[in-house]
Design a protein around this ligand. Sequence first.
Ligand code: ASP
Length: 418
Amino acid sequence: MESPKNLTRNILLGMFLGALVGAFFFYAPFTFVTTSKVFLEEMVFNLGSEIFMNLLKMLVVPLVFFSLVSGIASLTSLKSFGSIAGKTVGLYLFTTAIAVSLSLFVGSIFKPGSNYLNSMPQNVDQLPQGQSLYETIAGIFPANILEAMASNDMLAIVFFSILFGLALNKTNHLTGNLSASFEKLNTVFLQLVLMVMTIAPVGVFCLIGKFVITDGFNIFKDVVLYVVLLTGVLLIHAFVTYSLLLKFLAQLNPLWFFNKMKEAAIFAFSTSSSAATIPVTLKTVNQDIGVDKDVASFVVPVGATINMDGTAIMQGMATIFIAQIAGMDLTLIQYVQVVLLAVITSIGTAAVPSAGTITLVIILQQFNLPLEAIGIILAVDRILDMIRTSVNITGDATVACVVARSENSFNKEVFNKA
Ligand code: ASP
């Protein structure tokens, strides 16, 4: 299967043009601009974004189901699945703990909230509550699989697909090799991903345009230090922590890995949703990076759901920021608590836009920090959400490489191919 030609270049172009057109209509003072702005915003940017997001989301459930089922059904030894799952979850928890610790470390040195003099704006009554740990765990086991699929309940879908794949694997000799049909359906869905990706440049144009036309570029003024530090830690984690893991645990060239991740990272950036990006991450990890299907099909959807290093980094930095604004010094024990809480809440955070800010409430409540302070960071959260979502999926892909290398499920030729 061939990817569309020059896709990354065209997506970047779409991004740039979207920002340009959005900014023109946001800043230009002419009346004709104001009238056409409404039309452009509604019928081009909003509609285009919705169509593109729907097309991506449309593929998520069937793709996760078929790839996971066919991946497990084709395993020759089921023991290897247990080892893949154990390593995956262990590495996810480990990288998230590093992520939030890094963020707390930088935040406590540079103190982003100490000079903040404004009073706290907005109340957060409208914020929906995040899922509790109890709900997250109970939600893994669906009472009704169709309902779980209809509501994009990723952990429940993963759980059912694993069971189904195992059963298919065990009965293959009785069903006339039924698993081959799932493999074929999986190929069809991968082709569908490529088809949707051909319109990605236009989709990204609309998503970025929608963002800029509503907010312009002047959202940063009050919280510059928070934004700069948070972005810095996100980049350090992506380029240093992941490089070290790739180099030492997977013996892969990190630069080449990042080069191959460009497309998926841009998708995550423009959609702010790890879940909506699953089709692209899966395709990248499997077809461009060379992680075999049995590993990729498990590690990617599970990662999109429970592994959110970027989100944990934001939660760590935001907690420090808000504590400093409130004039509260966190103790060492409280730092450790933040690490544990951020690891747990990032698991329970839905892989959709702004979800991390909602689960931040759980951490703030734990320390009796003022929830209204979320209002301060909400203003800049949209853009930070884009960056942290790219980090989230890069983390998933990194872990996929490490697990695949350790399981001998990695195709180095695919990885080395330009
Ligand atoms: N948007 C993030 C994601 O989908 C979650 C978050 O941090 O809000 O990965």
